[in-house]
Design a binder for this molecule. Sequence first.
Ligand code: SF4
Length: 147
Amino acid sequence: MEKVKVGIIICDRYANCAGGKCFRSLANREGAFARYKNMEVEVAGYTTCGGCPGGNIEYAIIEMKKNGITHVHFATGFLVGYPPCPYMEYFEKFIKNKFGVEVVFGTHPIPEKYFITHQALDTWNTPFLKRAISETLNDQQTRLNYD
Ligand code: SF4
């Protein structure tokens, strides 16, 4: 079976998060982890961005790369926070260019309560954010399962 090593970086606003939804969705191959269906996945690093403007991202990727990651996931909190992380597009360019690591936006499905609020605010109505949420939007029942 093909194997992939990934890292997960969470938004520092949720620094105390134990990763419950991320690890559940990984086990179920839901949200952005659906891309690894029928693959073995090893999480080779898990940390926070270090707080705005994400000073730990540079160092975290160096550490994770030593452990062999090819993909780094920005946890769904990057997308659903109020506001979503404003630096994601830059981080993606930086990480791809400097480290050759693929950035995946999101981990677990977007919880329904965040979906409702961001729809009302029209938050994700940009080409970049539409792309960024595409793997974690999922159907309503799945979003409710992650509320
Ligand atoms: S908004 Fe972005 S830079 Fe700020 S703490 Fe969250 S992930 Fe880090």
